[in-house]
Design a protein around this ligand. Structure first.
Ligand SMILES: N[C@@H](CCC(=O)N[C@@H](CS)C(=O)NCC(=O)O)C(=O)O
Length: 316
């Protein structure tokens, strides 16, 4: 069961990617306080990064359809929308790209195709069927356009959401914001016990990531094991479904991009199968991999492993 789960995770062949003509990065940082940029004023500044994972240029995905991949032209890739319709993903904007017409009334989600924090908001947008209402604006973080910091989001990070003449940041705040302010299926529970648990699990996300990343840095595997045991226990709390709160919710979205990255790296570099002895986690991964809103945002696990290896392998 555990190996089958891992194969399911590693064996899929179609991933979105940033433009093969550009490079991108992903950087892990803990959550910072809510940032809202109201056309000209930053209300609360974002925190600085403490743990970073810098990704090298993404290789072309195995089955991504690449259009216009000629010198001087930008490439775009396709992904299946939650509705079953293919969404053409725009190329990542670079230092030479013109800015979009910011504050023209369009709702824009600024992401990096490789950023796990941005991926949370991207999944939420997809799951709620907001592809037409929220335009994706991918940014190449390694070759970032200056206008992004100057005109869009002074914290200069992704994700950021431009909506109603404001730009908001912070992935966990943003997924709640999307859920509360846009249509589509609700992803936050009504039940008070589930609500309380959802908040608890939101608060644990940074501890989870830091604990696992500490094992990548050669600080021992105990903390990582404890973190995955916490997840297994959390998945056991509600019996009415395979997800953290029973039914699929923002909590699953908050964890998925990180578990997606940690699973293949731990397997390949440390021969640790995180699902061994954790049947709930194995089932959760299987269920997540059936969710199109998520799978269209997923990265190639080989690429994830390579990028982590570059950063951490020497320290293991
Ligand atoms: N706490 C933030 C973290 C966002 C974050 O660190 N994003 C990274 C990319 S994965 C970023 O934009 N880094 C650019 C930088 O720090 O300059 C969130 O949850 O949204």
């Amino acid at each position: 069961m555990a190996m089958a789960t891992l194969k399911a995770l590693v064996g899929h062949t179609s991933y979105p990617s940033s433009s093969p003509l550009t490079s991108s990065s992903d950087i892990f940082t803990p959550s910072a306080p809510l940032c809202v940029w109201r056309t000209s004023r930053l209300i609360r500044p974002a925190d600085s990064a403490t743990v970073c994972l810098l990704r090298p240029p993404a290789p072309e995905p195995v089955l991504a359809r690449v259009a216009l991949a000629r010198p001087g032209r930008r490439a775009s890739v396709s992904a299946t929308m939650a509705t079953g319709v293919k969404e053409t993903l725009p190329p990542a904007l670079t230092s030479t790209s013109d800015p979009p017409p910011v504050f023209d009334g369009t709702t824009r989600l600024y992401i990096s195709y490789t950023c796990p924090f941005a991926q949370r908001v991207w999944i939420t947008r997809n799951h709620k069927g907001l592809q037409d209402q929220i335009k994706l604006v991918p940014i190449d973080l390694q070759n970032r356009p200056a206008w992004y910091k100057e005109k869009v989001y002074p914290a200069n990070k992704v994700p950021a959401l431009e909506h109603n003449n404001e730009v908001r940041g912070e992935s966990l705040d943003l997924i709640k914001y999307l859920d509360a302010n846009f249509g589509g299926p609700s992803l936050w529970p009504e039940d008070p016990a589930k609500k309380e648990f959802a908040e608890e699990l939101f608060s644990y996300t940074d501890t989870f990531s830091k604990s696992v990343v500490s094992s990548f840095k050669g600080e021992g595997d105990d903390q990582a094991a404890t973190a995955f045991d916490f997840i297994e226990n959390a998945l056991s709390k509600f019996e009415d479904g395979p997800f953290f709160l029973g039914q699929f919710s923002l909590v699953d979205i908050a964890y998925a991009p990180f578990i997606e990255r940690f699973t293949p790296y731990l397997q390949e570099v440390k021969s640790i199968d995180i699902t061994a002895g954790r049947p709930k986690l194995a089932t959760w991964i299987e269920e997540m991999n059936k969710n199109e809103a998520y799978t269209q945002t997923r990265r190639d696990p080989k690429e994830l492993v390579e990028s982590y290896k570059k950063r951490f392998a020497a320290q293991v």
